[in-house]
Design a binder for this molecule. Structure first.
Ligand SMILES: Nc1ncnc2c1ncn2[C@@H]1O[C@H](COP(=O)(O)OP(=O)(O)OP(=O)(O)O)[C@@H](O)[C@H]1O
Ligand SMILES: [Mg+2]
Length: 250
């Protein structure tokens, strides 16, 4: 479980997050939604300790952030940030291989290598494995970064807009794999999605942030309503129910 208690965050004079409290139970897909600048990436980066907590507390299972060993946290929680910087000369296989680092700390075993090959296959990266990142298309590169997060085999997986640049098949395939991780292995996936229809199709729960606060939280059918879209995004998008789940007409 990830427990976020009264987290607030400022950058300079700007209040980025205000009193955010959330309990993210183990085993499920939780979508984070909300307008640009709402604070979604900031919240993920605090959970993953990419920046220090200023106010409030975050616990990941029995680990209190700021008091626990960051290396132990890295074996429990992986993050794919929205903007990733990696040397573009790296090959796809090397990048994905880095994902195993918290497990082997520089001495990959045959098991680590096998996991990398399996992840390459799972994300259709086999034919691209020896290519340098700079030679890939945007979606191919994104798939490589997703595979690098996935191969870490952590209980908690935080993904910030992983569908960026992915085509329809790659996006559906990734969401189905995340769903499977949650259902079959009890993993917890927290995923920032702008396309609400992916959230309603694949997430158990949607947390909506606006202006650094949680403004809606619940099952897709409870949260995704025309009234919420109007209030949060200021746009009048109709919501239909298809097979029991809300679908936003864009
Ligand atoms: N280093 C920084 N300096 C100043 N402001 C920042 C900094 N980082 C983030 N912010 C501001 O914090 C707010 C929240 O940013 P954040 O990246 O968390 O939003 P987001 O919900 O992820 O948005 P998006 O959907 O566009 O990715 C924004 O207004 C952003 O401009
Ligand atoms: Mg963001």
């Amino acid at each position: 479980m990830i427990e976020i208690q009264s987290v607030s965050h400022r950058i300079g004079q700007a209040q980025i997050l205000t009193d955010v409290s959330l309990r993210l139970e183990r085993g499920g897909v939780i979508a984070l939604a909300g307008p640009n600048g709402a604070g979604k990436s900031t919240l993920l980066s605090l959970i993953a300790r990419l920046q220090p907590l200023q106010q409030g507390q975050i616990r990941v299972d029995d680990m209190q952030l700021g008091q626990c060993d960051d290396r132990a946290l890295a074996r429990k929680l992986a993050i794919l940030p929205q903007q990733v910087n990696a040397s573009s000369r790296l090959t796809v296989r090397d990048l994905v291989g880095f994902g195993r680092y918290p497990h082997h700390r520089g001495r990959p075993t045959a098991g680590d290598r096998a996991r990398v090959e399996a992840a390459l296959a799972q994300f259709d990266l086999g034919p691209l494995a020896d290519r340098q990142l700079e030679t890939l298309s945007g979606g191919q590169r994104q798939r490589a970064f997703v595979a690098m997060s996935y191969v870490q085999d952590t209980d908690f997986l935080l993904l910030d807009e992983p569908l960026n640049n992915l085509d329809l098949a790659a996006a559906r395939s990734l969401m189905a794999q995340l769903r499977q991780l949650a259902d079959d292995q009890g993993r917890t996936v927290v995923i920032v999605l702008h396309d609400i229809n992916y959230a309603t199709a694949y997430a158990d729960r949607i947390v909506v942030l606006k202006g650094g606060r949680v403004v809606a939280d619940g099952a897709p059918a409870e949260t995704v309503t025309a009234a919420m879209l109007e209030q949060v995004f200021g746009t009048a998008a109709p919501v239909h129910s298809v097979g029991g789940r809300p679908v936003v007409l864009v």
